[in-house]
Write a protein that binds this ligand. Structure first.
Ligand SMILES: NC(=O)C1=CN([C@@H]2O[C@H](COP(=O)(O)OP(=O)(O)OC[C@H]3O[C@@H](n4cnc5c(N)ncnc54)[C@H](OP(=O)(O)O)[C@@H]3O)[C@@H](O)[C@H]2O)C=CC1
Ligand SMILES: O=C1CO[C@H](CO)[C@@H](O)[C@@H]1O
Length: 276
């Protein structure tokens, strides 16, 4: 039995709240690193066509001996593949690389203001879902105005919006939009990419009080907020450490202290201008 809680989505499927992210893992290290994550008990992998390591994630899945129904695999449609037909072709390519008949979650990686094709792309996603190539469809880096347009012009409410979210970029407005519309929040760069954030005195103090690391405290803060997370690491001890977050609880005061760290400071691109 996995100790990772599941979160129910608006289509009734259940996603493991903790997964493993593989952005910036070199393809030559990916299969071994994902196998280390599987050994540590992770069952949810977050990859993307953009990351260039889907084939190696597929290699790890094949080698793991785990049943397909034990795993949650997410991938994302690359920015170069927006549009009704291209999005479906891109998913076919990802499935071939992953060695799967279907993924659990397919995401539009960025809304891409320059192209403004995300409504057509989403209709392609709806078709891919009907065709059984993905169990669930969602978006990433969407702002409320992008979501409004999908809700007005298409049939399916995204199950998930994957957005940059950590103590320095808490996204209160988007999170409450998601709650109002039954969309679950996935937090990318959940520990703020490690450096800097994890030295913050607030986190160090809370970590000492619980006998945990600052990374575990931040990940636990996400869990208690209901966010879905997939920290990345190539370091086996950290891979195990980041999963060891289900045996303690942050107090209301701890949560408030971390809430007070908000700076509205992005580490990644702004979705309203990012157009590549
Ligand atoms: N949809 C989108 O646009 C985006 C999605 N993502 C997704 O989110 C995932 C996670 O985000 P990412 O940007 O990688 O950032 P994370 O917040 O997961 O941080 C990863 C960094 O933190 C370090 N780290 C990991 N664990 C610890 C620890 N316990 N203590 C100290 N340092 C640690 C890692 O180092 P090391 O590896 O050396 O151990 C790495 O440098 C990605 O892999 C990807 O799947 C990310 C960006 C954008
Ligand atoms: O997933 C991703 C990883 O990070 C990149 C740089 O911030 C993003 O562009 C991309 O969306």
């Amino acid at each position: 039995m996995s100790d990772v809680p599941g979160i129910e989505l608006n289509n009734g499927t259940v996603i493991p709240q903790l997964g493993f992210g593989v952005f910036q893992i070199d393809p030559s290290d990916t299969a071994e690193t994902v196998l280390t994550a599987f050994e540590a008990g992770y069952r949810h992998i977050d990859t993307a066509q953009m990351y260039g390591n889907e084939a190696e994630v597929g290699e790890a899945i094949a080698k793991s001996g785990l049943g397909r129904d034990e795993l949650w695999i997410t991938t994302k449609c690359n920015n170069s593949n927006h549009g009704y037909d291209d999005a479906q072709r891109a998913l076919d390519e990802s499935l071939q690389k992953l060695g799967l008949d279907a993924v659990d979650l397919y995401l539009i990686h960025w809304p891409l203001p320059g192209k403004d094709l995300y409504v057509d792309t989403w209709k392609g996603f709806e078709k891919a879902h009907q065709d059984g190539k993905t169990r669930t469809i969602g978006v990433s880096n969407f702002q409320p105005h992008h979501l409004d347009k999908l809700l007005e012009e298409t049939e399916t409410v995204p199950a998930i919006n994957q957005i940059e979210l950590h103590p320095h970029m808490q996204q209160a407005g988007l999170r409450s939009y998601h709650e109002r519309h039954g969309i679950r929040t996935e937090a990318w760069s959940p520990i703020g990419q490690g450096k800097g954030l994890l030295d913050a005195p607030e986190l160090v103090e809370i970590a000492q009080a619980h006998g945990k690391s600052a990374a575990q405290v931040v990940l636990r803060w996400h869990v208690q907020l209901g966010n879905i997370i997939f920290p990345k690491s190539v370091t086996p001890d950290r891979i195990r450490e980041n999963k060891d977050i289900f045996d303690f609880e942050l107090t209301h005061e701890d949560m408030q202290k971390i809430d007070g760290m908000e700076k509205a400071e992005r580490l990644g691109p702004d979705p309203d201008t990012f157009a590549r």
